[in-house]
Design a protein around this ligand. Structure first.
Ligand SMILES: [Cu+2]
Length: 355
C-alpha cells in the first residue's frame, strides 16, 4: 500500500517537528495533509464503483440513519441507546446500580450536613457531647461501605471480563487504522481491500478534506461532522474481531452506542470484539487528542444483514466473501463467486498467531 507508506511518512514528519511546533503548523499542515486522504479516497471509490459496474458482482446503497439512533441528541443527557449486549449490560450497571447508589450517598451526606449545621451549631448546642466511641455505629459505617463496594465491584469486573472476551476462531476480522486525520478499514478476510473514510465537508464552513463532497448532498447523509464519504460496513449480529492500530500518532476508535472504545496506538494492535445487534448506522469520533484536525475524523459504522454485507463486499475490486471456519451457514447462503477456502486459510492462520 503505497498510500499507507506516504501517510506513515507524513505522520513521522509531523511527529519529528515536535509538539511545540504543532500550533504554528496548524495553518500549514492542512495544506499538504488534506491532499493525502482526499485523493486516494476518490480513486478508491471510483475504482470500486467501476469494478462493481463492470462485473455486476455486488450492489450497495448506503443506509439512511434513523434520527437520534446511534448519534448524539441535542440537549440529551445520559448514555446513548445501546446496540450491543455489553452496552446494554453497561447501561444497566450505570442506571440501576451506580446512579441510585451515588444519589443515595449524596442525599444522605447532604441531610447529615444539614442536621449538624442546624441542630449542633454553637448557638443551639453550647455544651458539646464528649462521646468518642460507639461500637455499633463504627461497625455499621465500616461494613456498609464495604458491602456497597462489593456490590459495585462484582458487576463491574464481570463487565470488564465480558468486554475483553476474545473473538471466536471463525470471527470476521476487520483492521482499523487511525491516521492524521481519517480512518482506514482493512478487510483481510474479504480479499484484503481497504476503505478510506474521510469526514464530509460542511456547507459554508472551511473545507476540511479536499475532493470530498459536502454533507447533505446525498439522501442517506447523517449529521454534519459525523458523516463520512465511505463508512465502515460490518455484518450485523455476528462477532467481529476489530484489530486497531495507528499509522502516525495515538488515536482512539470510539462509538458510544456500540459501547466501543479502544486506543489506536502506532506499532501495536489492540483487539476487541464488536457485535452489533441491529442493522443501522452508528456514529463515533476519534477520542484521543491527535493533532490539528482531531475533531474532524468521525467514525460511521453501518451494520447490514449478511447478504447485504456480502453484496457491499463485492463492490470492491479483488473482494471475496469470507468463509469463516465456524460459519458454514453464512458461507452457504452466499452465491460464492470467489469463496475460495484455500485462499482464505493463510489469512485466518495469521490472525490466530497474532492473538
Ligand atoms: Cu485521532
Amino acid at each position: 500500500m503505497a498510500f499507507g507508506k506516504i501517510s506513515h511518512g507524513l505522520g513521522q514528519t509531523i511527529g519529528a517537528l515536535g509538539i511545540s511546533a504543532v500550533a504554528a503548523l496548524t495553518a500549514v499542515v492542512p495544506a499538504f495533509a488534506q491532499d493525502a486522504p482526499a485523493a486516494p479516497s476518490a480513486i478508491a471509490t471510483g475504482a470500486a464503483q467501476g469494478a462493481a459496474m463492470a462485473s455486476g458482482a455486488g450492489s450497495y446503497t448506503p443506509m439512511k440513519p434513523v434520527e437520534g439512533i446511534g448519534m448524539p441528541i441535542d440537549g440529551a443527557y445520559g448514555l446513548q441507546t445501546q446496540f450491543s449486549k455489553t452496552g446494554e449490560y453497561g447501561e444497566w450497571i450505570h442506571n440501576i446500580i451506580l446512579m441510585p447508589i451515588i444519589t443515595a450517598i449524596c442525599v444522605l451526606v447532604l441531610i447529615l450536613l444539614a442536621v449538624i449545621a442546624v441542630r449542633f451549631n454553637r448557638r443551639r448546642n453550647p455544651v458539646a457531647s464528649k462521646t468518642s466511641h460507639n461500637t455499633i455505629l463504627e461497625v455499621v459505617w465500616t461494613l456498609v461501605p464495604v458491602l456497597i463496594l462489593i456490590g459495585i465491584a462484582v458487576p463491574s469486573i464481570d463487565l470488564i471480563a465480558k468486554q475483553y472476551k476474545p473473538a471466536p476462531e471463525g470471527a470476521l476480522t476487520i483492521k482499523v487504522t487511525g491516521n492524521q486525520w481519517f480512518w482506514t478499514y482493512g478487510y483481510p478476510d474479504n480479499g484484503d481491500f481497504e476503505v478510506i473514510s474521510n469526514m464530509l465537508n460542511v456547507p459554508g464552513a472551511p473545507t476540511i478534506n479536499n475532493g470530498v463532497r459536502e454533507v447533505g448532498s446525498k439522501p442517506w447523509d447523517g449529521p454534519s461532522h459525523l458523516e463520512v464519504d465511505n463508512r465502515m460496513v460490518v455484518p450485523v449480529g455476528e462477532p467481529i474481531r476489530l484489530q486497531i492500530t495507528a499509522a502516525d500518532v495515538i488515536h482512539s476508535f470510539a462509538v458510544p452506542s456500540l459501547w466501543f472504545k479502544l486506543d489506536a496506538v502506532p506499532g501495536r494492535i489492540n483487539e476487541k470484539v464488536l457485535v452489533v445487534e441491529k442493522p443501522g448506522v452508528y456514529y463515533g469520533q476519534c477520542s484521543e487528542l491527535c493533532g490539528a484536525k482531531h475533531g474532524y475524523m468521525p467514525i460511521a459504522v453501518e451494520a447490514l444483514p449478511r447478504d447485504k454485507y456480502n453484496a457491499w463486499v463485492l463492490t470492491h475490486a479483488g473482494a471475496e466473501i469470507d468463509t469463516g471456519k465456524k460459519k458454514p451457514a453464512a458461507a452457504a447462503a452466499v452465491p460464492a463467486p470467489a469463496a475460495d477456502a484455500s485462499e482464505a486459510a493463510p489469512a485466518a492462520d495469521a490472525t490466530a498467531e497474532a492473538e
